[in-house]
Ligand binder design. Structure first.
Ligand code: SUD
Ligand code: ADP
Length: 278
């Protein structure tokens, strides 16, 4: 079976409080990016096998795909062997949820290939044990999430938006971003406030700690906001991807070209649509 595991964007991300268990309560509107996805090839085999083509992504038991397989086995008591090949297209440490998506779609595919022994509700619980972002990928294309991110609620429809993604060569550690949130301060002159969109507000409370550590992300945001083609610009999740909502999809190459010339010639970029009603 070949499965596509799409990336996500956080259109809004509010950090409410630090909890006793070390996690933070959040509220976030998350959308899938249907055009940007990893690929998982999962086949029954004589012996277990796992490979991943991306340097820097672990291929041992710490890979979220392997963790998902192990949890699925523990849940079902199955001793079946699987060969899993992961082709990464979503950059990691990027705030795009690539690893979480891989985990969710591995769980879903294993369940399907095994004749659906695990009920949906339970699959969502297992997903939550793998990571706060994992349940989202088992739900709708757009959702309002809360708790540490594992509670899903149906969201008012969000229109699909043309976006460009710009990711510098470095990644950002999610635990590090949350840890620095409480005591972080704003850089003067940088716009952190909500950006009103017809469907709601675009905002990210993790910009404050992450920009304090990576000033170039704050500068990239301001550069994007100055472009006439850009309606709004914000960081996704804990970064390091910045995304811009465009006036028109035809503007993508102008914005990406300008960013490569004027901001960072090594930027990774992607343009396409978010999920939603077009
Ligand atoms: C910030 C977000 C926004 O969608 O995405 P990414 O930037 O990672 O894509 C998520 O909250 C990331 O979720 P996820 O990547 O699944 O995090 P987890 O594996 O559950 O947690 C990793 C670590 O991040 C911190 N963490 C995570 C989620 C949360 N609500 N509060 C936290 O404090 C904790 O220190 C935790 O040990
Ligand atoms: N299948 C996977 N894909 C990507 N990263 C993974 C995977 N499994 C484990 N990881 C580890 O998780 C880290 C965060 O990856 P990822 O979920 O893609 O980023 P983000 O938290 O920015 O959404 C990576 O740097 C890597 O070390």
């Amino acid at each position: 079976m070949i499965v596509e595991a799409p990336a996500k964007l956080n259109l809004s991300l509010r950090v409410l409080r630090r909890r006793g268990d070390g996690f933070h309560d959040i509220e976030s509107i998350m959308v899938r990016l249907p055009g940007l996805h990893d690929e998982l090839e999962i086949q029954a085999a004589e012996n277990d096998g796992f490979s991943c083509d991306a340097p820097g992504v672990p291929t041992d038991g710490s890979n979220l795909v392997v963790k998902a397989l192990n949890l699925f086995r523990r849940e079902t008591g199955s001793t079946d062997s699987w060969n899993i090949r992961l082709t990464k297209r979503v950059p990691h440490g990027a705030g795009l949820g690539g690893g979480s998506s891989d985990a969710a779609f591995t769980l879903q595919a294993l369940n399907e290939l095994s004749g659906n022994p695990v009920e949906n509700e339970r699959l969502l619980e297992i997903a939550g044990a793998l990571g706060s972002d994992v349940p989202f990928f088992l739900g709708e294309e757009v959702a309002k999430v809360s708790g540490r991110g594992e509670k899903l609620a149906v969201c008012e429809p969000v229109p699909a938006m043309p976006v460009v993604l710009l990711k510098p060569s470095f990644g950002v550690s999610t635990p590090g971003a949350y840890k620095a949130w409480k005591d972080s301060t704003e850089i003067p002159g940088i716009a952190y406030g909500s950006q009103a969109m017809p469907w709601g507000d675009l905002v990210n409370d993790l910009e404050r700690p992450v920009f304090a550590k990576h000033r170039m992300l704050a500068e990239m945001k301001m550069w994007l906001l100055e472009r006439p083609e850009v309606n709004a610009a914000i960081m996704s999740g804990s970064g390091s991807t910045m995304f811009a909502v465009l006036e028109s999809p035809d503007d993508a190459s102008t914005v990406v070209g300008g960013a490569l010339r004027e901001v960072d010639p090594t930027l990774w970029s992607w343009s396409g649509w978010t999920a939603g009603v077009r």
